[in-house]
Design a protein around this ligand. Sequence first.
Ligand code: PRX
Length: 653
Amino acid sequence: MTLKSKNIETILAEKRVFKPSKKFQQRAHIASMKEYLSLYEKSIKDPEKFWGKVASELTWFKKWSKVLDETEAPFYKWFVNGKTNITVNCLDRHLDTATRNKAAIIWEGEPKDRRTLTYSQLLQEVSLFASALKNLGIQRGDRVAIYLPMIPELAISVLACARIGAVHTVIFAGFSAEAIRDRVLDSESKLVITSDGGWRKGNILPLKQTVDDALHECPCVRHVVVVKRGQGEPFPCHIKEGRDHWYHRIIDDASAKCPAEPMDSEDMLFLLYTSGTTGKPKGIIHTTGGYMVYTYLTSKYVFDLRPEDVYWCTADIGWVTGHSYLVYGPLMNGATVFMYEGAPNWPDWGRFWSMIQDNSISIFYTAPTAIRAFMKWGEEWPNKYDLSSLRLLGTVGESINPEAWMWYHRVIGAEKCPIVDTWWQTETGGIMITPLPGCVPTKPGSATVPFFGVDAAVLSEEGKEVEAGILSIRKPWPGMLRGIYGDKERYKQTYWSKWPGKYFPGDGARKDSDGYFWILGRIDDVVNVAGHRIGTAELESIFVEYPSVAESAVIGIDHEIKGKCLVGFITLKDGVLATEALEKELKEWAGKKIGRFAIPDKIIFSADLPKTRSGKIMRRLLRDIATGRALGNVTTLAESNVVEQLREKYEED
Ligand code: PRX
């Protein structure tokens, strides 16, 4: 394992500490370190008591008989035999309170069209669509794929599936037709929900066309529901008779009453595909009860939600952050959620800040990559707007470099908003390491301390606690994944085999003398590009499928804005010439196979790939070549003896 030494140097030098203001602290849910530490200790000593108490704050059709069943570890079960439905907790539960007429979702489209749905209106919309899904023959347990832009119907679709016990699998709208096909086939989805289009940087995303391309090879799909986003716009859309149904037509014929299906705690709630270290994306399984309790509590405490907050998480619902902290968590807490369809820089770099001003947003949760892009465009953009409604800021998806943290703190937070740097993963379901904003002093670049019930540690390969090493979670927690769809063995192997009984998330970490965690990035072959996880093996196998490619190796290198970017080393088949045109074709190929966000920034043609004597690709050498450290700026490594000489030199190091 190579931990990034530059990263360690930066964070070792970081000594600044920021305490929450008295004003923030006074009204916070958890307002002192004493309270945090005492609750944390209880949560670790007696997790069943702790989580049982939290779960009792929510509505269940039938109470669980046991909080945690470890008998078939690592196939843990939470809230055993409990019956509930997460939508009852997101929606119905608020209808007897003042929350009923409060805005649940305030939505703004990229062309500035707007919609607000109160809690009672949202329940009505969800019930209508849930009934319509039933009318199309969707039953509990069926899988439904969702490929939509960030419009209210995306949240409604997710909730409508959950209402009737169908398993949703949301596919981020940036994925290509082939990526959709693979996910639809793996999950055996019966129905796909999409739209005629969506807006992004003033352009129309032709989502329905992409779905049509994907479905040529998906016999499992019986129906496609199409939301009309176009409203008279020239959105390209072909409706296939018998298979495709307009959303607005089917909800016209549907009942507005759709009682929530009583689900077992361990019934599957959703599948979400993510990249791993092998060529095939993994369908991460989340179930009902534990995920519900965990996202409820993390939302409440990490975002310190109060009734008057307007909360904005900029993540797309196509990623786990959108599932847990745009839809389920905040709605269970009765919050007002702001949702935006388009790009941060449309029509200009002031868009986010104008929306914060105009909607009096008080909590803002985004990714370091976005913060770095805003830094680059200059503080004159945020400075044009009144951001005084903000009281709390958050980040997620990758480590935030102290410089970006300080910019966020000073320019966006006016030095008064705590910043919660939240570490977690698709697999963890919810936030795992994070400051609680009313009590935990923050250090720029550190995700700070574990959340309640999270037994985090930094371990060596052998499982001993060390200062710098590999992050591990030593106890199960309610929001944890329950498996990889269709592959029990891979679940055990990937997450629970490094140290028996302990979860391995794939990140390097350091723990300082205050017990604060500093995440050092992935230690496996997964690269985090602008907060999107991309498996290098997945891209490598895609390149090798290209007719003129013999071999490929993909690595991640540092990138000023995106955190990391991808570089592909390609060895061509005999007689094929390395040309600029071929480089372009290969980039387009990656875009076609996965999505544009997975296109490498750079392709380097190489006569050979440097390998160790045992045949392992020398990724450190490739990284040094790609960053110019080994050879200066190269685009082609034409002669194999160059690589050979380098290999020898690196092996001597
Ligand atoms: O490497 C860690 C990084 O993102 C990975 C998880 O990616 P994904 O499943 O796509 O979920 C992203 C949103 C939860 C982790 O293994 N990561 C996430 N948050 C942080 C982070 N790295 C450092 N600091 C964070 N706050």
